[in-house]
Design a binder for this molecule. Sequence first.
Ligand SMILES: Cc1ncc(C[n+]2csc(CCOP(=O)(O)OP(=O)(O)O)c2C)c(N)n1
Ligand SMILES: [Mg+2]
Length: 431
Amino acid sequence: MLKRCLTSSSRLWFLSSKNYCTSAGNAEEDRPQFPGSRSRWTQKLQFTASTDFEGIPVYRVMNRDGTITDDKQDPNLGQATITKIYKGMTLLNTMDRVLYESQRQGRISFYMTSFGEEGTHFGSAAALNDDDLVFGQYREGGVIMWRGFKLQQAMDQCYGNEDDNAKGRQMPVHYGDKNLHFATISSPLATQLPQAVGAAYHFKRQGKGKVVICYFGEGASSEGDTHAALNFAATLECPIIFFCRNNGYAISTPTSEQYRGDGIAGRGPGYGIASVRVDGNDVMAVYNATVAARNYCVEESKPVLIEAMTYRIGHHSTSDDSTAYRSVDEVRYWHQKDHPISRLRKYMELKGWWNDDMEKEWKEDSRKQVLQTFVTGEKKLKPPLIEMFKDVYDEMPENLVKQYNELMEHLKIYKEHYPVKKFQGLSEELS
Ligand SMILES: Cc1ncc(C[n+]2csc(CCOP(=O)(O)OP(=O)(O)O)c2C)c(N)n1
Ligand SMILES: [Mg+2]
């Protein structure tokens, strides 16, 4: 079933639609000539069921105990890169804890954690070039962090303060940074996918060897936009990596209620897209898969689909309480038995690159960094109110000018009921 469809430099086996094709016993002229199909005649009346195929295997490099089972698959990232990845994963984890709690205290409006999915973020991000373009869904904070998004920028975005790139117009965790080639997150599911394919088509025409990576959840893959994106990417042969984080849930809907086929990777061959399934809790497997996918995109100018299997340990967001629909034991299993951070730590300890003292020191240091940037973000003023009305149009149209003027009139009368001092320049404007 599996066929090596990549070039010699790649290490991975991808499943392609060609694998389903057999030409045994059919002379070329006797083959069906229908446009849109490349198959053979059969005298056997048989429906093809997804259960006729064994599920696509899960590519793994590192065992749960942190050992590499096949040395040939070792990406040999070295101590410096592995330590950087580990520090990134744990820093994200610490930031998630602090910001989750801060929402509970009413200090920010909303938050989404990435607990348990850190391996998918850092393994894939480390495999990309800096000028590859990233489209995310919303749970990919580690990807933008790896590309250079500072803790302070993340805090400023979550507080929607005067230094927030989005000028306070987005919900928290909707990061974006043009300089880091990371398109701003937008909440409506799957909208990023057709946009990402359009960008990849542009890259193809440019011919500079750049690729797009587009992250999405397995839940988002049920949206119509995902179909449109996969089919456009396949037919236009765009250099894009579709990176699906299959974390088991779309809010409260488990995967068992989301689809009946072989996950998301299983759909790839139907679109004519080379596809692979990886252990998303194995940062090395994710890294290798993304490197191979990137090479394939550039060399073949075609899309690739990666399905990274993982588990959402946290609640969907601060608006969710997952104890209502899953057991504590289920969550505990992933937290204690199959966590990407502890697996990488075991690997580092076996190598002699990490120990308890280093862990303690890093924990203190990283927590301090998070808390310092958090406090700084909280103290900053909110952007000027006028920013709420700007930037959609080059010049503010009359109806928006009218709304803004009405808002200012209202605030002049009722200013004592509003946190006027928290907004840049507002007190002066109202006086
Ligand atoms: C078009 C649309 N429909 C519904 C929602 C509400 N919604 C937000 S996140 C989500 C679940 C998405 O699950 P998945 O894609 O698996 O990502 P995960 O949250 O698991 O990372 C839903 C239904 C939305 N944001 N947009
Ligand atoms: Mg999901």
